[in-house]
Design a protein. Structure first.
Length: 458
């Protein structure tokens, strides 16, 4: 399955991803290992330091893009990989250990990196991973269940390379390579937490990724729920090792430079008693990549308290032969919301109806729906509520989480799609999310400025 986005609507997430994407390496000491008991650990989430003349958050709380930044950009016609946040981890042991920044992607299940030898190399700091220098590097046998079948026969053997093929749910990044087992390390305050036996993919030709790497990103941390992702690996540990089935994050507003955040696992994950939750769909479905994402049952959308009619069916997942389409998923690696076209049209029409009494000018441009910005407009932009199958599970999106300021205009920051809906990072800001993979639920609740992640353990 590949997702087709409406071409004119691609520019907004491309601008957001290109500008918001992390562009600074964080020291190894930015991870936080578990305290006594060793039941959890955390990775530093790295937002972009590039909030400058081209993008900022004003006192009104809206993301502001300078107009020239959008009109001058001529990106390739695909979305950026990973979106707004990345994680820092050390990979390998001995002389082969290096610390890398990996883009976060919750729609795929492969942690992959550029490895030496590299075909068509491009600048990367630190240099690509060298498996030959790491004594803990072990190839995954070719007959493993999550390997792609070899080209030469139907029945793979132990000696065959374990090939992988990783494609984002939105079809934006397509990567191939070979899987191996390796050790990841997360360190802070002179202490170190290691996770051995993590499945990583080595690609020797990542030329298609170079425009997204910014010279810093070494690859992608696939945090999808299926094998062989990091959360799946942590859930398989046996023989006295701690099994981990949950992870959590709270994405701070990029305008809050004094805050940072962590991707937390196991005992580092906070309690969920005060949170609402929704079910993760398709927990017992096929092992295909289309089901690795965290699909949920989105049943309704309200604009300024008024429900959109006949919309529930538009978010259902459908099968056509061997192909699955539609559905709604959460992904902190997608910059902003993606919405299937018929549902987007209903949302757009409702926003226009809500603002019509103001007599505002609709502006044509790179974005599908923009208005000439006025103080009156900012005061009357609607709040949008996403309703999930559970009665109490609602995600309330204030205007600052759905609209952006572009030059002299205010635009609806939703990307039109032909076959998928994704609730992206912009819609998740200042909310705590907990993914309980074993029990198949996503918990969430507002968290003021992600204060619980202000540099200490929860």
């Amino acid at each position: 399955m590949s997702m087709k986005l409406a071409a004119p609507a691609l520019l907004l997430p491309l601008v957001l991803a290109a500008i918001l994407h992390p562009a600074a390496v964080v020291a190894v000491g930015d991870g936080t290992p578990a305290g006594p008991g060793g039941g959890g650990f955390s990775l530093r989430l790295v937002p972009s330091p590039g909030w400058n003349r081209t993008i900022h958050v004003d006192d009104d709380g809206f993301v502001h893009l300078n107009e020239h930044a959008t009109t001058a950009l001529r990106p390739p016609m695909h979305t950026q990989v990973g979106g707004m946040y990345s994680v820092v981890t050390s990979v390998g042991t001995g002389a082969g250990r290096r610390t890398y920044v990996l883009a976060l992607d919750m729609t795929t299940s492969v942690l992959w990196m550029q490895c030496k030898p590299v075909q068509e190399p491009f600048a990367q700091q630190p240099p690509p991973f060298e498996p030959a220098k790491s004594p803990s590097f072990r190839p995954v046998p070719g007959n493993n269940a999550f390997c792609l079948p070899p080209d030469h026969e139907d029945h793979p053997t132990v000696q065959d390379p374990c090939k992988f093929h990783s494609i984002r749910l939105d079809g934006s990044t397509d990567m191939r390579g070979v899987l191996s087992n390796e050790t990841l390390a997360f360190a802070a305050s002179g202490r170190q937490a290691e996770v051995a036996g993590v499945v990583i993919g080595c690609t020797h030709n990542s030329n298609g990724f170079k425009f997204n790497s910014h010279g810093v990103l070494a690859g992608v941390l696939g945090l999808g729920r299926q094998a062989p992702s990091l959360i799946w690996t942590l859930g398989q540990h046996r023989h006295g090792a701690v099994q981990v089935h949950r992870f959590s994050y709270c994405l701070p507003n990029h305008g809050s430079s004094d805050h940072h955040s962590f991707l937390r696992f196991g005992d580092d994950v906070p309690h969920t008693q005060h949170m609402v939750s929704t079910k993760i769909m398709y927990m017992a479905a096929t092992a295909g990549r289309d089901f690795s994402a965290y699909f949920v049952s989105l049943t309704g959308v309200s604009v300024a308290g008024k429900p959109l009619h006949d919309i529930k069916e538009l978010f259902r997942r459908h099968v056509h032969g061997q192909e699955w389409t539609s559905g709604c998923a959460f992904d902190a690696g997608t910059p902003t919301m993606v919405m299937i076209m018929p549902a987007y049209n209903k949302l757009k029409d409702a926003v226009v109806r809500h603002l019509k009494p103001l007599g505002l000018q609709i502006v044509s441009g790179q974005y599908h729906l923009c208005f000439r910005a006025t103080s009156q407009l900012r005061q009357h932009l609607p709040t949008v509520t996403l309703q999930f199958a559970e009665t109490e599970a609602r995600l309330v999106l204030p205007p600052q989480r759905l609209f952006v300021a572009v030059g002299h205009d205010i635009c609806l920051a939703v990307v039109r799609s032909y076959d998928i809906t994704i609730i992206g990072a912009m819609q998740q800001v200042d909310k705590r999310f907990v993914y309980d993979v074993r029990n198949g639920r996503i918990y969430f609740a507002p968290e003021n400025a992600c204060h619980a992640d202000a540099g200490h353990q929860i």
